[in-house]
Design a protein around this ligand. Structure first.
Ligand SMILES: Cc1ncc(COP(=O)(O)O)c(C=O)c1O
Length: 474
């Protein structure tokens, strides 16, 4: 060992003894010569070790009586980062609806779940998709990443799946981690904090939470059974310039309403007149319970104003986290640049999906799923019918996943939910979909997640709680 290493070792040992309290404050240290002899080292080695400790203020010399261990001055408190303060610029306050919703099933895994918006385990199992994931994983040898924009084969399948003359090339498609990421990318490209963005009211809570978290000002546009009120929209556009409109025109979440063909044309005309980008979220298009819905806004878009969003979350399962954006080439390029910041979407899921689409497995799966969902919706509806003497109102959805149910004014949906949770049933409260609490309380019930037998059981429990609620003034 070199001399330098030796003095460092002695310095470290002494320092440790002092800091750990083995050598008490005020205790004398051995003279240099004595310690050098004890340790079998040169005196110079001890001189250097002591000099370092003195420089640090851990020991001190007293004239004529050697060295002593010093009392340490308290170290200044370490500077702490206030993460709330540091992140204020990018994350504005917004309710954590997504975490709240997902948290319920973490807490109550066996609950009868009318809260989540998905097709349920039973539909996924009958889709055959898990087998595609398995065989894709077995063949996965040395895949690096797919392209940032997404697996080219998957994008090609999506172009033919969408079947719109406006989207004729895979270059116009960007694969994203669910359509929520697609919306995040679009919103970040089109608007800055403080900008106005338009959305139907009520609206999908994930979009509301996103816009509010990005510091955008949400301007609500009311709806009726024909969709977004274009007359109100025109009034808004005549006096302000929002950055874009977000809409779910087909089997809207949560109301289930579908924008009529005439409204679609009127909306596109307004978009052309005012240069308003439209972000169309088409998550439920293929989940009709009877006849097919009117064409997507994107399919009627002659000026490239519509940015189209869709997802496999509703067609297969949300944990897959694969959605897509379809837009004009220029915007698709910009979205790809933005997407590059998180590299790309997961390769395994994209490869499995490409194989699923290549084999034509999606169409028969959806036909089967729609039959199951129709049966499940009918069971939920038969219970809701029996609720009507309690003042409960709803409309039969023509597609999508939900009943949007209005409660009598005296019933507080949050209290109702707390009572139902105690009895093992969950659903979603209407306020999640609104900017502020509406006068008329609503709840949203998903009919696709649970099998018929559990729907039956869960709805009976809600009926019992509602009955008691009348007496208990929920
Ligand atoms: C209208 C709408 N858009 C998007 C999503 C979320 O989709 P993804 O899981 O692909 O992010 C949902 C989920 O409930 C939805 O209802």
């Amino acid at each position: 060992m070199g001399r330098k290493a030796l003095y460092t070792k002695i310095y470290n040992q002494l320092r440790y003894q002092i800091l750990s309290g083995e050598l008490a404050i005020g205790s004398p240290l051995p003279p240099e010569r004595k310690l050098a002899m004890q340790l079998g080292v040169s005196r110079n080695t001890i001189v250097r070790a002591y000099a370092e400790l003195e420089a640090e203020g851990i020991i001190a010399s007293r004239m004529g009586s050697g060295r002593y261990v010093e009392a340490l001055t308290p170290a200044p408190a370490p500077a702490r980062i206030d993460w709330h303060y540091h992140t204020l610029g990018t994350l504005a306050p917004a309710p954590s609806h997504m975490a709240e919703l997902l948290g319920v099933t973490d807490k109550y895994p066996d609950i009868i779940n009318f809260a989540h918006g998905d097709g349920g385990k039973h539909t996924l199992e009958s889709s055959g998709f898990p087998d595609y994931v398995k065989s894709t994983a077995e063949q996965l040898h040395s895949y690096y990443f797919t392209s940032v924009q997404g697996l080219p084969e998957l994008r090609e399948h999506l172009v033919s799946w969408m079947d719109m003359e406006q989207i004729s090339s895979p270059e116009q498609v960007v694969i994203t981690s669910g359509s929520q990421e697609g919306l995040y990318l679009i919103a970040s490209l089109l608007a800055r904090p403080g900008d106005l963005v338009l959305t139907e009211m009520p609206t999908y809570f994930g979009s509301l939470q996103l816009f509010q978290s990005l510091g955008m000002q949400v301007v609500p546009v009311p709806m009726d059974a024909e969709g977004l009120r274009v007359d109100v929209l025109e009034r808004i556009l005549s006096h302000c310039r929002p950055r874009f409109l977000y809409t779910v025109p087909t089997y809207h979440n949560p109301t289930g309403w579908t924008m009529s063909a005439i409204r679609r044309k009127q909306l596109l005309a307004l978009s052309e007149k005012y240069g308003l980008p439209i972000v169309e979220d088409d998550a439920y298009r293929h989940l009709h319970l009877d006849k097919e819905p009117p064409p997507a806004l994107k399919a009627l878009d002659h000026s490239g104003h519509v940015v189209y969003l869709n997802t496999f979350s509703k067609l297969l399962f949300p944990g897959l986290r694969i959605g897509w954006v379809a837009a004009n080439r220029k915007l698709a390029q910009l979205l790809t640049r933005m997407k590059e910041l998180s590299i790309t979407t997961n390769t395994l899921g994209q490869l499995a999906l490409a194989a699923y689409l290549r084999n034509g497995a999606l169409r028969p799966h959806l036909e089967n799923a729609r039959l199951q969902y129709s049966e499940q919706a009918a069971i939920m509806e038969s219970h809701l019918d029996r609720f009507s003497p309690l003042g409960i109102r709803y409309e039969r959805p023509k597609g999508g996943f939900y009943f949007w149910v209005s409660l009598p004014e005296e019933i507080n949906p949050r209290k109702l939910m707390a009572r139902c949770l105690e009895r093992g049933v969950s659903f979603t409260c209407g306020d999640m979909f609104l900017l502020r609490e509406a006068e008329q309380p609503y709840i949203r019930l998903c009919f696709t997640h649970e099998r018929s037998e559990k729907i039956d059981r869960g709805m009976k429990i809600i009926a019992e709680v509602l009955q008691q609620g009348k007496e208990l003034q929920l």
